[in-house]
Design a protein. Structure first.
Length: 291
């Protein structure tokens, strides 16, 4: 697919792509926003959303807002039936929630941030489109949530990459809807172990446990995602969408019913001195690991 080769090339333009711009080339509308590049191949009805927020595609309030708006635009575009979610940042899919958004800020900020995290998940998990995660790098915590919210996951078979919900390792707790989403993917027992220990799985272990569906060589991740997309799009939309909704609605409804209390729960949790200390210590440990 032409779209894929052009997007692969786009990686080199990361600095340039920081500006907002919109262009029409061939029949591929390309939207290059601050954090996410979206390219829709109109004839095929497939969009590629390429996260491009270096150094680690962390999910800041700005990023999450842009993600939800971009996805909604595609959802409302009758010409778009499928989305491939991937990264333009080498070796990173997403480092998960931006920890800086959860440190040293006001209660109002935490509430706004958490609502944006919920919104991203609600939009992705309930999408009527076929959603495929092309995981071309590390994928902890919120990055893993994004991936397991898609319909299908293809991961680069690179032993250096890992995926999982590692929240407990930071001294924090994945909320019930993170837990529900992963349990819907790998089952109750594997989720229990995975969440308590905050496990990050290597690509091969992730395949064994079912967090991902397929491993391919790194350079083939996007092509494999495009091939899987064609298979899924061969199913009539209406039948596939109703089946998807039947499987996911109870999980979505649970958050929708408890959305405000979930925000309050997050705010009261994250404003605790002990939690602030854990998050700050974790951020420092990330910096020290570098040096
Ligand atoms: C009631 C409910 C309550 C709470 C629920 C909260 C749920 C939380 C969900 C989350 O997603 S929390 C985030 C968890 N994420 C992680 O643990 C990942 C941390 N990062 C890493 O492990 C690594 O950075 C990496 C992704 C493996 C990449 O490694 P690499 O060596 O390539 O990069 P480096 O570590 O040097 O990082 C570069 C740069 O980026 C900063 N960074 C990394 N991750 C984050 C992050 N999640 N948020 C903000 N910033 C992050 C890191 O500190 C470096 O910054 P520096 O250049 O200024 O030193």
């Amino acid at each position: 697919m032409m779209i894929l080769s052009r997007l692969l090339g786009c990686q080199e333009q990361l600095g340039f792509l920081h500006q907002s711009k919109e262009e029409l080339t061939d029949s591929h509308p390309v939207v290059c926003n601050r954090n996410i590049l979206v390219e829709l191949e109109e004839g095929v009805g497939v969009a590629v959303m390429k996260m491009k927020s270096p150094p680690v595609n962390s999910l800041s309030l700005d990023f999450l807002t842009e993600f939800s708006i971009s996805l909604e635009k595609l959802e409302n575009d009758r010409g778009c039936r499928g989305v491939i979610l991937t990264s333009a940042v080498p070796k990173i899919f997403s480092a998960g929630l931006d920890i800086k958004e959860m440190c040293g800020k006001s209660a109002e900020h935490y509430a706004e941030f958490w609502r944006a995290v919920q919104e991203m998940w609600l939009k992705l998990y309930k999408s009527n489109m076929v959603t495929i995660a092309a995981i071309n790098g590390n994928c902890p915590a919120g990055g893993c949530l994004m991936a397991v919210s898609c319909d299908y996951r293809i991961m680069a078979e690179n032993p250096k990459y890992s995926i999982g919900l590692n929240e407990t390792q930071l001294g924090i707790v994945a909320p019930f809807w993170f837990k529900d989403t992963i349990a819907n993917t790998i089952g109750h027992r594997a989720t229990e172990r995975s969440l308590q220990l905050g496990l990050l799985y290597s690509a091969s272990d992730a395949l064994k446990i079912g967090i991902v569906d397929e491993l391919v060589p790194e350079e083939k991740v996007l092509n494999a995602a495009a091939a899987t997309m064609s298979q899924w799009l061969a199913i009539p939309d209406y039948a596939r969408q109703i089946s998807k909704s039947m499987m996911r609605k109870p999980t979505l409804d649970r958050l929708l019913t408890h959305r405000e209390s979930d925000i309050q729960n997050f705010v009261s949790f994250v404003t605790k001195d002990s939690i602030q200390k854990s998050l700050q210590t974790y951020m420092e440990s990330l910096k020290q690991r570098k040096g």
